[in-house]
Design a protein around this ligand. Structure first.
Ligand code: FE2
Length: 144
């Protein structure tokens, strides 16, 4: 994972991300389930699934268009990257953009109601585990 302030390019360290409510952890992708189970138990996430985006996917652009514009939702966005990579742009509490490149082994939580967007790198490939509570509300509310 690489986190930088978008305006200056200066690196954002883990403790600053934590201060911003963005939880980050590296987890080995081999035998990851016990680690995720621990997180699910302590944070009360009851469910998980796997999402995958890849270049030959039908409607890839339409799917990406749902989250590549600035939005919020009322549930946390919790992702563990199994393969590929992607970019989260997330607003700080003071409304400054932070850019986070996530890749294999990166576990990240974007807190509920925080403005962000997500897009793929030119590889157009990512495979993630999503953690969520029962009936999550990820309906994006776009910033006008
Ligand atoms: Fe989102």
């Amino acid at each position: 994972m690489k986190a930088t302030w978008l305006d200056s390019g200066i690196e954002i360290l883990a403790d600053k991300l934590m201060e911003e409510g963005i939880y980050y952890q590296k987890i080995p992708t081999e035998n990851f389930q016990p680690s995720l189970d621990k997180i699910k138990k302590s944070w009360r996430y009851s469910a998980q699934d796997i999402v995958e985006l890849y270049p030959a996917m039908p409607n890839l652009d339409a799917i990406c268009a749902k989250f590549d514009k600035e939005h919020i939702h009322t549930d946390d966005e919790v992702r563990f990257v199994l393969n590929g990579e992607g970019i989260f742009d997330i607003r700080s509490k003071k409304d400054q953009w932070m850019r986070l490149l996530v890749e294999k082994g990166d576990f990240i939580l974007v807190p509920a109601n925080r403005n962000h967007l997500f897009y793929l790198t030119p590889t157009k490939t990512i495979q993630c585990v999503r953690l969520f509570k029962e009936n999550p509300s990820w309906t994006p509310i776009y910033r006008s």
